[in-house]
Design a protein around this ligand. Structure first.
Ligand SMILES: Nc1ncnc2c1ncn2[C@@H]1O[C@H](COP(=O)(O)OP(=O)(O)O)[C@@H](O)[C@H]1O
Ligand SMILES: [Mg+2]
Length: 307
């Protein structure tokens, strides 16, 4: 089931910037979904459309089965905005209770909820310290906790790991996995690819207001799958010719066979062995998401507007 199923979403801001140019997106229930793309691609705008903060020029489809813009549906949605800041003089626990109050959670329930959430994000020991004393990673963990006060079915996290150090990012990934294990759909905006690859079940890649591609990481990188085979000695012209006809390219003692798996290259190995060629290494290689991303989006878009 898709918790988000939208098509033909358009947004042009006053002043004429077209942030979304006809987006269609399906987000499966209960997954960690990575919404990726360079800065300025339109990721935050789409999340703001889904959370009714920004009014689209056009938007078809549903979230949790209801049309986009249906206010009561937002009670089932959590949100950590990009560059979210909470008052430095509040304690971590107070931030969570304050947000709980805003979403209509009764006071007694809010205390219990805050304890649960502080535990979930690993901040119980710091709950009574002020936000001003926290590291960026700790502040973001409070940010994750406050996004869960209303027990949402979908949680939108806009660049949650931005400015967080590597250890903090690892801790944050653990929390995101816990959220998924609770059955929530976790929708993460990010311009950082490498760290999402490990935890996202599926991704969509945006560039300049349009969707470049979407699918599971395995699906997206499958096209780049290849086998590399190192050999020793030289190949006769006749064998080289035959290997070419079998789809293998040779260069400097390495054969590359594109879009094939290990079982599918056994006939090539047989042909080499028959000619007494020594095989030194056979390996399956896949492009990682970062390389895929770079090759999918225009070079101008990538790195052009880093913050
Ligand atoms: N409130 C706004 N008014 C005008 N232009 C905006 C506004 N918000 C975003 N934009 C522009 O829309 C485009 C997409 O922005 P955004 O959705 O924030 O992208 P991302 O989150 O992928 O970095 C950018 O060109 C940005 O400058
Ligand atoms: Mg953004």
């Amino acid at each position: 089931m898709n918790v988000i199923d939208i098509h033909d979403v358009w947004k042009t801001y006053r002043g004429g910037v077209q942030a979304l140019g006809g987006i269609s997106l399906q987000v499966p229930q209960g997954q960690i979904f990575g919404f990726l793309g360079p800065n300025g691609a339109g990721k935050s705008t789409l999340v703001k459309v889904l959370t009714s903060i920004v009014k689209p020029n056009k938007c078809q489809g549903t979230m949790l089965g209801m049309p986009i813009g249906h206010k009561p549906t937002l009670a089932k949605v959590g949100y950590l905005p990009e560059h979210a800041r909470f008052p430095e003089y509040l304690k971590g626990r107070e931030v969570i209770q304050y947000v709980a109050g805003l979403s209509g959670v009764p006071k007694s329930r809010a205390r219990v909820k805050a304890d649960e959430l502080l535990e979930l994000v690993g901040m119980s020991d710091w709950a009574n310290k002020k936000m001003g004393t926290y590291s960026k990673g700790m502040k973001q963990r409070i940010g994750l906790a406050q996004a869960l006060v209303n027990d949402p079915e979908i949680v939108f996290l806009d660049e949650p790991t931005d400015g967080v150090d590597p250890r903090g990012r690892k801790e944050m990934r653990d929390v995101l996995e816990k959220m998924r294990d609770q059955g929530r759909t976790v929708f993460i905006n990010s311009h950082l690819l490498g760290e999402l690859e490990m935890i996202c079940d599926s991704v969509a890649i945006m560039d300049r207001g349009t969707l470049v591609t979407q699918g599971s990481i395995a699906e997206l990188t499958a096209k780049s799958q290849r086998i590399e085979l190192d050999y020793q000695g030289s190949l006769s012209p006749d064998l080289t010719q035959r290997l070419h006809s079998m789809g293998a390219e040779s260069a400097q003692q390495t054969l590359t066979i594109y879009q094939k798996s290990i079982p599918e290259v056994q006939s090539i190995i047989d042909a080499l062995r028959k000619e007494q060629v020594t095989i030194a290494r056979v390996q399956e290689v896949r492009q990682n998401l970062e390389d895929f991303f770079i090759s999918s989006v225009s070079t101008e878009g990538v790195g052009g507007t880093q913050n």
